[in-house]
Unconditional design. Sequence first.
Length: 212
Amino acid sequence: MKIAICIKGISYLHNYERFDKINTIDFEKSIKNLKKNIFNPLRKKGFELDFFIKTYENEKEKKLLKIYKPKDYKIIPYKKVNNTYLVQAEHLIDLFYMVKKYEKLNNSNYSHVLILRFDIKFTKKFKTFNIDYNKFNISFKCEKNPFIDDCFHLFPRYYMEEYAKILWRHCILRNVRTHDILPFMKIETNFMIEGNYLVRNNPLFKIIRIYK
């Protein structure tokens, strides 16, 4: 079995401003944690891992590619945007296209797709996650129903096209936040941990940033 690991967003950036804070995003602060808590446990379960990346131009991009060795990637110029949810949806659709193209060119098929961001650090061990490999696994529900976390998803490959359609129809065409797509997901879902949480304050992971 093979998993296509799709990693999106900013991998490295100085002076990133959000929520009235200036900080640095650096993928290197998370890589050891991801290997220990996500990548190695999946390999122990018998999965082969292939990486696909969509990120922005930066001074560490060569190191990023050397570490992850992606099967395909897209690096674009960075520009500040107001609607980050729209950009997330665009990133995911691009990543899904890369996965599908790679499968076709290499006559191979993935059993699952995993979505991550570069600046995430897990605080729970993988064995404690409630994962159903036959369902669309979402990390957790957010503070208000039906909001969901959009940082960490794991799902069977056969859901990829349907997920892409949801992102296109609702997030891109209708400006729906990626946190708000649960009512449009007519597929079997499963939450990896119980409870409702703020993304910035949940027991599963932390977003790693260096604040000034």
